[in-house]
Every structure is written in C-alpha cells, then in structure tokens.
Ligand binder design. Sequence first.
Ligand SMILES: Cc1ncc(C[n+]2csc(CCOP(=O)(O)OP(=O)(O)O)c2C)c(N)n1
Ligand SMILES: [Mg+2]
Length: 539
Amino acid sequence: MTIRGADLVVAALAERGVRQLFSLSGNQILPVYDATIGRDMRIIHTRHEAAAVHMADAWGRLGEEPGVALVTAGPGHLNALSALYGALMAESPVVLLSGHAPAGQAGRGAFQEMDQGGAAAPVTKASWVAKDALRLGEDMALALELARSGRPGPVHVSLPGDFLEAKVSESPGAVIDGARGSMSVADADLRRLRELLEAARHPLILLGPAMARPARRAAVERLTGPTGIPALPMESPRGVNDPWLHMASNCLGRADLVLLLGKRLDFAVRFGGAPAFSPACRFVQVDWDAGALDQSGRVTLGLITDPALLAVRLAAEAVPLAGRWREWGAEVAAARAAEPAEWAALRGRSRSPMHPLRACAEIQPLLDKGAVLVADGGEFGQWVQAGCEAGTRMINGLSGSIGSAIPLALAAKLRHPDRPVIAAVGDGTFGFHAFELDTALRADLPVVAVVGNDARWNAEHQLQLQHFGAERTVGCELRPSRYDLMTKALGGHGEHVERPEDLAPALRRAVASGLPACVNVVIDGVAAPTYGTAKTPAH
Ligand SMILES: Cc1ncc(C[n+]2csc(CCOP(=O)(O)OP(=O)(O)O)c2C)c(N)n1
Ligand SMILES: [Mg+2]
C-alpha cells in the first residue's frame, strides 16, 4: 500500500504509545496533521511553540514516557528551543519534531531554510535532520528511545517537507534495540564505595532531577530506607539553597561523604566547595554519562553506570549496615520539615496586601486533598515552593527559566484529569504563557492559575535593592493588572482577591467552575526566604 512519509511518522509514534502531539501548526507540518486523521492521535494546539515543548516536558516528567512536540520550520523551530533547555535541565524525555525546508531544495535558499539540527544541538541529547523519507519511522523509534534512555532528555528531529509528502511503501517498522549501553558496576568499585560509606559518619545522597522523580526514587529508597542515609533532591537552580529544603540546607556542611546520584558537581551544589560543603567532605559521583563526571579532582570516586541500578546494588551490599545512620537521617528529615519560627504567624496574618505565606496556607488544603502543584517564577514562586507541600509537584527547574508553569499545568491536567491542578506563578511569569489558558479551554484542561500579583518583577527588584541600593531600583515595575478579567474575557473563570480571608472561597470556586481559571491575588512583594549558607542570585 502506498502511503506518505507523514503516515510513517504518525504510525511509528502511535505504535510506541504516543497518543498526543503538542503542537503549533505551520505549512511544513500539515501532512503530519493530516496523517493523524483516523488514528488514535490527538493534536493539542498551543499559542506558542515553547508552550508545546513545555507541555511535552511535563508529560515526560510525569510519566517517564517521552512527550512529543511538533512545530513548524525556521522561526517555529527557534521559538521551541528555549523550552528545550528547560527539558534538558529537568532531564525530561521529550521529542521535538520540527518541519523543515524540502530536502530537494537544500542549499538553494528555500523558505525558512536554516541549520535546524545545529541550532537544537546545544539543548538536546541528539539532534538531526531526517535523511530519507523511507526511514522516517526509524527516526521516530530512535528519537523516542534516545529521549528516555540513560539520563532522560530532549531529542530533536527535523522533517523535510518533501519527505513528509513523499509516497512511500509501508515499511516493516524498524526495531531499535536499546540505545542503552552496558550498565554494570565492577565489583572492585562497589567494594571501594562500600568502604567509603562505612567510614562515613554523615553520608548524604544528592539526587539529580531524573533520579528525584518517583520511578527512580523508589530504587534509591531501597538504600536509604534500611540504612537511614538521607537523600535530598537537587531540582532547583537555587541548589543547596533551594527554599524547599528549609533548614536541611544547613545540614549539607556537616556531610563527610556525598553520594551524587545522577547529579553533576555543578553550580547547584556550588561545585562541592565551601561554605556549602566542608573541605573534608568526600564526593562520589555516579552518572550515566562519562562526560558528566567531574574533572576538577574534587570527586574521590566516579562511576559510570545507571545510578538507580547502583543504588539497588549498594543496598544489597549495605545490608550489614542497616540502621547505622538512622539518627543522622532523622536529623536531616527534621531539618527539612522545620520552618522558621515566624512562619506560623505569617501563614495566619490577616493584613492586606497578603503575605505569600498566607497564600500558601490557603492553597495547602487543596494540595492535601490531592491537587497537583506547579510553581514557577520569582519570589512568589520561591515562597510557594518553600511554603507548600504537594504529593505531585513540578517546578520550572534547574534551567532557571521562568514562564513554563501554565503549559506545565495543562500537561499535568492531561496526565491527572481527576485531580485539580494549581499553577502558582508571579505576575511577570504569568505573562509568558497566559494565553495558554485559551489552549486549556479548547482542550478542556481546566487548570487554576494562582497569580501572586505584586505589580513588579520582584526577584530582580530585590536583587537591585541588595546590590545597587534602594535609590537605584529601575525598570522592574509592572501594572497591577486584572489577570482575572483577562481570563474571563477568554472564556475562563476569574477571581480577584485582595483580602486574605477571601482567598480560600475564591480557590474553591475556581476549582468548582470546571473552567480554566485565574485567581489574581494581590500580594506583598517580599523577598524570597533564604536559610542556606550562601546567598545566590534569584531564578
Ligand atoms: C526566561 C527568563 N527570563 C528572565 C529571568 C529572570 N527572572 C527571574 S525571576 C524574575 C522576576 C519574576 O517576576 P514575577 O513572576 O512577577 O515574580 P516575583 O518575583 O515578582 O514574585 C525574572 C525576570 C528568568 N529567570 N528566566
Ligand atoms: Mg511579581
């Protein structure tokens, strides 16, 4: 049977369990749209290409199955790239498919012709332009496999328009047999690691973003559960000063052995330096990629293997060490759970404009009932990350890039249709992808955006105060805009809240509306909390 290249693309994706494409249309990719007709493949059409990638990123993070974004050539492709950086840093399995000038016109100045493979290379694990219409199915299989194998991350494939339209015969469908390499650990390395562990009084495990997610975290718990070794996620660009860590930030300096599982010795952990870590602390790094291993000499032992598998192997080795670090583990857990004494009063404070912690106090009951939390953006986002606890939580992540929350929330709703999804964002951050509330309406993904409105880009304002002084704050003001009214105008639900006591009912109405909603909360623009050892720039 004769079909088109575009049919090979969609069939290969569908065969591997992909059920939706997060997309923004363009003439080069319309054959792919056409090929979805009659197949179990939904198109969720966004208002910006970056939003499509953010949605694919959230889909990947929440299920460990690649989210697939489909955008058009040239400018559409370029619009998608900043969001790929977010997925790269969050270690999220994503496949970006971009339309591309026809291969038959290569080098002749075709419409929107550019080096798309090269442009995406720095923000992907792998990036290429398809070379053969007959092999488009193989390209899809390889891209999906690469995105989820080893350290998960984004993969990009550009699809020349003439290939998508080309008549091809149905291909048998390639079998891509594991892009995974061998991941075994040498016995000698395992012994050395056990020796280092046995000698440690205060061992600590730090997890990279992929290792911190439930699937791999379960493997880590096989080690931490019996031994008591504390494990902390490192998924915020504030790193060792991540406000979610609360007082546990201050425990890092007491560690004498840090086991980095899928976590680079990078800026987030201050490159292993003082004062975040003691100069006497030893580091062991376990990573999928040789290229990720630290070269500075700070790491005592570096192992290239799957960190989740290593955790399971080490758990078996550590059976005789059961309970050895229970007290230390409990101390770190208590520090993580502890809040500064003044927070209780701030959570209950009835003054307007509202303190961000009062907003957290009103959001928390929804989270206790199972709502998913997405938190993004400057100081307000940091307060929510510090002040709210959620069973399922997504933050903008190590990229340090603000703006992704609304599309992340949409994909979370798609993944968890029965749970409310709350996206807590600063007013500046909301503006990046506020129009995705229109996507939410069209795709029936009723999320609730809670906008902490302090009428400024407060994180930058605070840095100006800190570094340049109160007389030299410039350029970071916003208007006290009514984002609730904007949302209503789109057809969603809007709430405007000035008094703290009005927030809880407004949130309840927003969830009950069954519509995409915006709760515009007038907040006090206070600086984000810090408890750690070193002050860091805002993200
Ligand atoms: C893509 C991107 N652009 C700019 C920044 C720098 N930045 C970090 S926080 C912030 C201000 C955010 O303002 P808002 O969302 O209103 O939150 P607030 O700090 O006011 O609570 C800015 C501009 C960034 N991190 N990412
Ligand atoms: Mg703001």
